[in-house]
Design a protein around this ligand. Structure first.
Ligand SMILES: Cc1cc2nc3c(=O)[nH]c(=O)nc-3n(C[C@H](O)[C@H](O)[C@H](O)COP(=O)(O)OP(=O)(O)OC[C@H]3O[C@@H](n4cnc5c(N)ncnc54)[C@H](O)[C@@H]3O)c2cc1C
Length: 354
């Protein structure tokens, strides 16, 4: 059976980002890599968006970026401008194409459908396959998005809507997220922050149709693309192993309070690549202990007070735009953290520390 220096389990966002980073930094010129991936074909299946607070390799896969966004609730709308950190959207189809074109030129990289075809014993393994763990107490961010196209120009494509809470909450936290890619094309997403035990929340198509027709007042549109997902808002339990590192969502790269993962995956890939020669003795990469602590309190507040969340989010976005974006993208300093904490209802947060 074939042996490889490195094995990546799961060729999705994290697996391919890591392989690409290793390849372009010439770490695979005299090392071999096997990527284990079950899917038969790569096509657009996700739309990754994030504030560009650090550089990454995929600017050429960005389909749109914005400097303005809004947050709405029943209490009103708040517009935020930030020129320093654009919000970028990547089409996963372009990402897969770019990465696979690069990787297929390196004869030291091979793809397999399962691990039975190779010997894993002497390899260093990067695992991005999520474990199936869940319990009823865990929160998830679950959603469905559709890219719609209208005949007339309807959207203002200079500004995107990060959260619109002016909708049915059903005792959970619910908002719509709209990314106008052009004046007649936009991704509209219905998003819930809830446990996964209430299947009545999953009537996503009805929610989307109602929002598009009644709130956005769009009567005629066609659907070009759709995506659905559930991002765990809890850390995976990772058993430390000598020859294995977990990456991607399976490696704790999701920011729990937001679900943002893409840029953390890119930073983790860079960290692994910088340390690849001594990877067995390298410290585990973390998003940051302070964010783990603050996000756990935030999620406790969310679990116990879903009705208060629209106001809490709206208040948070009243801090300076640079501060909020850096905080949500795990790049804030202690003063910026304080700027956010002071916007929160103190008594509710203190009660939820314990
Ligand atoms: C629809 C959607 C939209 C998202 N949007 C955003 C966003 O806007 N911004 C953001 O920051 N994050 C976003 N996320 C969260 C996160 O960035 C993505 O989930 C990202 O794809 C995580 O990368 P990953 O490599 O951990 O998982 P994946 O990209 O899912 O990769 C895992 C891979 O493992 C493969 N696999 C699974 N089981 C096996 C097996 N047994 N053997 C071999 N291969 C296997 C899968 O086919 C898949 O290719 C989104 C998530 C989803 C689902």
């Amino acid at each position: 059976m074939k042996e490889f220096d490195y094995i990546i389990l799961g060729g999705g966002c994290a697996g391919l980002s890591l392989a690409y980073e290793l390849d372009i930094n010439k770490k695979l010129n005299d090392k071999t890599l096997a990527i284990i991936e079950t899917r038969d074909e790569y096509k657009r299946d996700k739309t990754w968006s994030f504030w560009k607070v650090t550089d990454h390799n995929f600017d050429d896969c960005v389909i749109k970026s914005w400097n303005n966004f809004s947050v709405n609730s029943k209490l009103g709308s708040h517009e935020i401008i930030n020129k320093e950190y654009p919000y970028q959207t990547i089409n996963s189809g372009l990402f897969y194409k770019k990465v696979l074109n690069e990787l297929k030129q390196n004869k030291n990289i091979q793809f397999f459908k399962n691990t039975e075809q190779i010997n894993l014993d002497n390899s260093f393994i990067f695992n991005s396959i999520p474990s199936k763990e869940n319990n009823q107490a865990n929160l998830w961010q679950h959603f469905k998005g559709i890219e719609i196209e209208t005949q007339k120009d309807i959207f203002d494509d200079e500004i995107f809507n990060l959260m619109d809470f002016d909708c049915d909450q059903r005792d959970n936290v619910h908002f719509f997220y709209s990314l106008p890619f052009s004046k007649n094309k936009a991704l509209i997403e219905t998003t819930w922050l809830s446990k996964m035990d209430d299947k009545t929340l999953n009537d996503y198509d009805i929610q989307l149709e109602k929002y598009i027709k009644e709130t956005l007042k769009i009567k005629n549109y066609k659907i070009n693309y759709q995506e659905e997902g559930a991002i765990p808002l809890f850390y995976p339990s990772i058993k430390p192993e000598k020859n294995k590192i977990n990456i991607g969502s399976a490696g704790g790269m999701t920011r729990l309070s937001t679900g943002y993962t893409f840029l953390n995956i890119q930073n983790h890939s860079k960290y692994i690549t910088d340390n690849i020669e001594k990877i067995q003795n390298t410290k585990t990469y973390h998003i940051g202990k302070k964010y783990e602590f603050l996000d756990n309190i935030f999620l406790n507040v969310l679990k116990n007070n879903p009705d208060k969340m629209p106001k809490i989010f709206l208040n948070m976005f009243k801090a300076s735009s640079k501060t909020v974006i850096k905080f949500l993208s795990n790049k804030s300093n202690i003063f910026e953290d304080l700027g956010i904490i002071l916007k929160m209802p103190k008594w509710i947060f203190i009660k939820n520390i314990f």
